[in-house]
Ligand binder design. Structure first.
Ligand SMILES: C[S@@+](CC[C@H](N)C(=O)[O-])C[C@H]1O[C@@H](n2cnc3c(N)ncnc32)[C@H](O)[C@@H]1O
Length: 284
């Protein structure tokens, strides 16, 4: 019998790798999965029948990497190793700084509840510790638990969710979307799903290189785009050389401006070592 040359899924390694090796495998798997997702989206958009062999190869490799489940497993490992946990701590800290959460008043504890839509949830209980005042609804493309609703955020019913949420968390979700316009659509959709202007927030987390080392995106450009969609920056957190960046944006009225300035990629930084991450928005 011919030897089986197929690679085993990285998620099914027989021997437990060392901590450094496993961190490298985690990072490589996540990166490779993103590359394949992007190529798949590009080929599907092109619609040519001649690409079907390549699409089959992509599907096979994604399966070998463990599919979306394997990707999520790697993300869980990456989350605990590289960030010391999920991003929820950063969000809750900021919400408290803004006066939300439990407060002492007339000798008794008071709280206003915060309705949170957590997009891209790997665990159902990320906000369980704060359940007295944060009512969260975790959703994901692929649910890993009965309490996580399996739902594509891009296909969320906009009427049912119109003005429904106090906070929406998009933590490491935008960079999963392969098409730049889908990323802009997520931001705009979040704007519509948030409650009134002034006191509802979008929590955004991206890998730091998406904004610090991209040809097409800088922190200033992200800020202009968010302003155009209808958000003001309230808080941000990242450190040079860090892995991720966190932002909290407050919903404001949508400015009377079309998204024309954000429909095309524009080189903002030259350099062969830069990546091509960007967010495009057509104004809708
Ligand atoms: C890298 S994990 C991030 C998980 C977690 N939010 C964090 O910050 O560590 C990305 C998750 O987002 C989910 N996701 C990506 N696009 C999505 C979409 N359009 N709707 C819902 N979930 C999505 C993926 O299935 C995956 O579980």
């Amino acid at each position: 019998m011919a030897p089986n040359k197929r690679k085993k899924p990285v998620t099914a390694l027989a021997h437990k790798p060392s901590a450094t090796a496993s961190a490298n495998i985690t990072r490589q798997t996540i990166r490779r999965y993103h590359v394949l997702l992007k190529e798949k989206a590009r080929l599907l958009k092109g619609g040519s029948s001649s690409v079907s062999t390549r699409l089959d190869d992509i599907e096979r490799e994604m399966k070998e990497l463990g599919g979306l489940e394997g990707y999520q497993e790697m993300s869980v490992i990456g989350q605990s190793k590289e960030r010391g946990g999920g991003s929820e701590k950063a969000l809750v800290e900021w919400l408290k700084e803004l006066g939300h959460g439990m407060t002492q008043s007339n000798g008794s504890m008071q709280h206003e509840t915060v309705d949170l839509l957590e997009v891209g949830a790997l665990h159902p209980g990320n906000y369980a510790r704060w359940s007295k005042w944060i009512h969260s609804m975790p959703i994901d493309l692929h649910s890993r638990h009965p309490d996580i609703k399996e739902q594509d955020f891009l296909k969320l019913d906009p009427v049912e969710n119109d003005g429904k949420w106090d906070v929406i968390s998009l933590s490491l979700v935008l960079n999963f979307a392969s098409m730049p316009f889908d990323r802009g659509k997520m931001l705009s959709l979040a704007h519509g799903c948030l409650k009134g202007t002034g006191s509802s927030y979008l929590f955004l987390v991206l890998p730091l290189p998406c904004v610090m080392n991209s040809r097409f995106l800088t922190p200033e450009h992200l800020n202009s785009l968010m302003n155009a969609i209808g958000f003001d920056l309230v808080k941000e957190k990242w450190r040079p050389g860090g892995k991720v960046a966190y932002w909290l944006w407050r919903k404001k009225g949508r400015p009377d401006r079309k998204g024309g300035a954000f429909t095309k990629k524009r080189v903002l930084h030259e350099g062969s070592s830069r990546n091509n991450f960007t967010i495009l928005w057509d104004g809708s």
